[in-house]
Design a binder for this molecule. Structure first.
Ligand code: SF4
Ligand code: SF4
Length: 175
């Protein structure tokens, strides 16, 4: 997940680092709600004050990851095993030479653009939650308090933007 700060040499994926550096979407909650942790990683996650989402079956932390800032991992050297091992389908195909880097970057840019479009319509929550949840909460709250045609228009545009983003994530990134 995510990419190193621009001034650090990417060591985990020499063939895919250009893509991940431009992306970082797997850290944002757009593709997954949680990221699994190894048991021995729990103390480090607690020290970083990650929002833990552990249950009787597995240890995990909630996404979006608070260590992801400006599309970069701020703890790159100390990131977790899932962070260094995860590769979306787009990255795998790019590294295999099945998708040219330029096309892969275009797909990432499209998802980022659509994400920004949705974000501009949905006020952020504190603490942050995945954009899908924040959008659902925003629609639920506005539905309850605003019967105006103006909101109905905004609502329709937001639902359409969410649908476009969902397809772009699924088909473009193949998480
Ligand atoms: S979503 Fe894929 S391309 Fe983007 S940072 Fe994660 S692994 Fe890299
Ligand atoms: S620790 Fe770094 S790589 Fe892992 S989810 Fe957080 S920002 Fe992404």
């Amino acid at each position: 997940m995510s990419a190193p700060p621009a001034n650090e040499a990417p060591e985990a994926r020499p063939d895919g680092s250009d893509l991940c550096t431009a992306c970082g979407l797997c850290c944002t909650g757009l593709l997954f709600d949680v990221a699994p942790l190894e048991e021995h990683e729990l103390p480090r996650a607690e020290k970083l004050r990650l929002p833990l989402a552990c249950n009787r079956y597995h240890d995990a932390f909630s996404l979006p990851c608070p260590c992801h800032l400006d599309r970069k991992c701020t703890v790159y050297e100390a990131r977790f095993s899932v962070c260094s091992s995860y590769e979306c389908g787009l990255l795998r195909r790019c590294k295999a030479g099945e998708v040219p880097l330029g096309e892969a970057l275009s797909r990432v840019e499209r998802v980022l653009r659509l994400t920004d479009d949705v974000r501009a319509r949905v006020p952020p929550l504190v603490p942050p939650r995945p954009l899908w949840d924040e959008a659902r909460e925003h629609i639920r709250r506005r539905d309850a308090e605003d019967p105006s045609p103006a909101w109905q228009g905004e609502r329709g545009a937001l639902v359409a933007a969410l649908g476009e983003l969902r397809i772009a994530c699924r088909e473009g990134l193949d998480p």
